[in-house]
Design a protein around this ligand. Structure first.
Ligand code: C5P
Length: 285
């Protein structure tokens, strides 16, 4: 049996540069991944199958529509393998949260199946299969700090050393659909982050000066996002950065030390027991 964690994706910023002729939006985003994620196990089997468990299994929709199964079928078709696989997925990442859970699961399964089936599929081919599955799937194949551009599939890996960051993730239990949030987006500032080096992890002052351009459309469809942001921005622990991830509704508070992150998490659990919260560390591998 092969096992892996499919990490949650966090957009430290998300700049929407404009709408493209193909209907997608051109983006620029500094993306990191967390140590926390969904748990995946796969083993050899005659047929392809998927078992879902975990807190967000029910919210993941029909198993037959799951992106993980679509990823597995695509790779199987591409390699013309006769084997299947039994895939077990423990859904711990909130669904419709902007944390790329489904994309990360699909990316993780592509890599695990390539190993399980022993097929010679290049990283470039895997990236192309990933890109067909969704804009966020290629970045999840890397699952380490990067800048994403294009519709999300053009990736520049950032170079270590990376800072040691702790994050409190807060999801108000409202699932948002990426398509709806982009549809509600009204173009504003579309300046690219020209000041950003493609190599180095951006400094905290640089990150603070950036935005998530989808935040206001997410708030218009889900006012709870504003409540979460306010609670994080006014916390006595004074996070280094507070922002929404992706198309929401999950927001994060970023800290340079674990103690303040744990303290904020404990206080949120007391004050807002109806919100899903989690403390995690930024992955640097
Ligand atoms: O690529 P994916 O299928 O995950 O995207 C879901 C939807 O989000 C797209 O159909 C599109 O409406 C919107 N989207 C966008 N621009 C992007 C990524 C997604 O408009 N860069």
């Amino acid at each position: 049996m092969l096992t892996a964690i499919a990490p949650a994706k966090v957009n430290l910023n998300l700049h929407v540069l404009g709408k493209r002729a193909d209907g997608y939006h051109a983006l620029e985003s500094v993306v990191v991944f967390t140590e926390f994620g969904d748990e995946i196990a796969i083993e050899a089997a005659g047929e392809l199958s998927l078992d879902l468990s975990g807190e967000f299994a029910a919210a993941s929709g029909d198993v037959s529509d799951n992106l993980v199964l679509r990823a597995a079928q695509k790779l199987k078709g591409h390699c013309a393998v006769s084997q299947g696989a039994r895939i077990q997925l423990r859904k711990q990442i909130p669904v419709g949260a902007g944390l790329g859970g489904g994309s990360s699961d699909a990316a993780c399964v592509l890599k695990l199946l390539r190993a399980l089936w022993g097929v010679a599929v290049s990283d470039a081919t895997l990236a192309s299969i990933a890109s067909d599955l969704g804009s966020d799937v290629p970045m999840c194949l890397h699952a380490r700090p990067l800048i994403a551009r294009g519709r999300g599939e053009e990736i520049s890996l950032l170079k270590p050393p990376f800072p040691d960051y702790f994050m409190v993730l807060v999801y108000p239990h409202v699932a948002l659909t990426t398509k709806d949030i982009f549809a509600a987006h009204r173009a504003g500032n579309t300046a690219a982050m020209n000041t950003l080096s493609d190599d180095d992890f951006p400094s905290l002052p640089a990150l603070s000066g950036m935005k998530n351009h989808l935040q206001s459309s997410a708030i218009s469809l889900c006012p709870e996002v504003a409540e979460v942001l306010l609670a994080l921005q006014t916390a006595v622990q004074q996070p280094e950065l507070v922002r929404m991830s992706g198309s929401g509704s999950c927001c994060f508070a970023l800290f340079t030390d674990e103690d303040r992150a744990l303290a904020l998490h404990a206080s949120l659990q007391q004050k807002y027991p109806h919100w899903w919260t989690r403390v995690t560390r930024m992955g640097t591998q």
